[in-house]
Design a binder for this molecule. Structure first.
Ligand code: CNA
Length: 243
């Protein structure tokens, strides 16, 4: 075990109120591409930039194109949790980890068994009719040809994923719960996030302890804040940790 991972293990052993704050890099080892890596979504070529397509105004103006991109590039119904998701769930069951705060929309923390998960940007697993509010699962959206429409009698509303698009606000209750968890944590582990998407990235400011661990392949604007930086793959790091 290398020195950094040993230190991470010691800090985990000595903590009882750990919070994990993560992003797309947590799921790349589950074969879901992130946004900003060289092989991530933002570095591929599309008719419109991904930031434009996954914005609220684009969704309203051009739902056909939105759903074409969304279904093709953002849905991974067969993805499975990796060692990072699984170890975090184990840490929660052991009573050490109190919450996962995630920017991810893939539902893999819950699939791994985590219970307290604050999904800042929503989830592709939940979908609602914009008119009558009827709810639909992921399969409904995946299997619907074109723009998914509500199947309730007399309703033909568009079924919108419960995902926070650019230009949309975050859910206030989720923000509140996430910030409270981070403020109360004795250890904050941040991983797989470029820490560039606000307001989520600003949540780091609420941590008041001195065990801030950053596990990320690339540098982030918040590296200077970390008490320990690990530049390895997050799944590999967590598979070395004993609960
Ligand atoms: P990002 O900006 O794409 O950054 C990802 C970061 O993770 C980068 O700094 C990488 O260096 C790092 N990284 C990638 N793979 C690994 C790995 N195996 N181990 C360690 N580090 C790794 O993603 P953010 O989450 O910071 O940006 C926030 C966006 C991305 C949110 O709005 C998400 O909804 C959105 N997103 C989510 C998913 C998902 O749900 N899986 C996928 C793609 C994008």
């Amino acid at each position: 075990m290398n020195e950094n991972i040993q230190k991470l293990q010691e800090w985990i052993d000595g903590s009882e109120n750990i919070v994990f704050f993560g992003g797309a890099g947590v799921s790349t080892e589950s074969k879901i591409p992130d946004f900003r890596s060289t092989d991530g979504l933002y570095n591929q070529k599309y008719k419109y930039p991904p930031e434009t397509i996954i914005s609220h105004s684009f969704y309203k103006r051009n739902p056909e194109e939105f759903f074409r991109f969304y279904k093709d590039k953002m849905l991974y119904p067969d993805a499975e949790p990796n060692a990072a998701h699984l170890k975090l769930a184990e840490l929660e069951k052991a009573g050490k980890l109190k919450a996962v705060v995630t920017q991810n929309i893939d539902g893999l923390h819950q699939k791994a068994g985590s219970e307290t998960v604050y999904e800042l940007h929503g989830s592709v697993l939940r979908n609602y009719c914009e008119i009558c509010g009827a709810s639909y699962d992921l399969d409904y959206v995946v299997n619907y040809d074109g723009v998914p429409k509500c199947n309730q009698p007399g309703c033909h509303g568009t079924v919108k994923p419960d995902v926070v698009l650019y230009e949309e606000g975050l859910n206030g209750m989720t923000i509140d719960a996430a910030v409270r968890a981070i403020a109360a944590a004795d250890m904050l582990i941040i991983g797989g996030t470029s820490l560039t998407v606000y307001p989520a990235a600003g949540f780091v400011d609420y941590y008041r302890g001195n065990k801030l661990v950053l596990i990320n392949r690339d540098e982030t604007p918040m590296d200077y804040r970390a008490n320990l930086i690990i530049r390895d793959k997050i799944g590999e790091v967590f598979s070395a940790i004993k609960v």
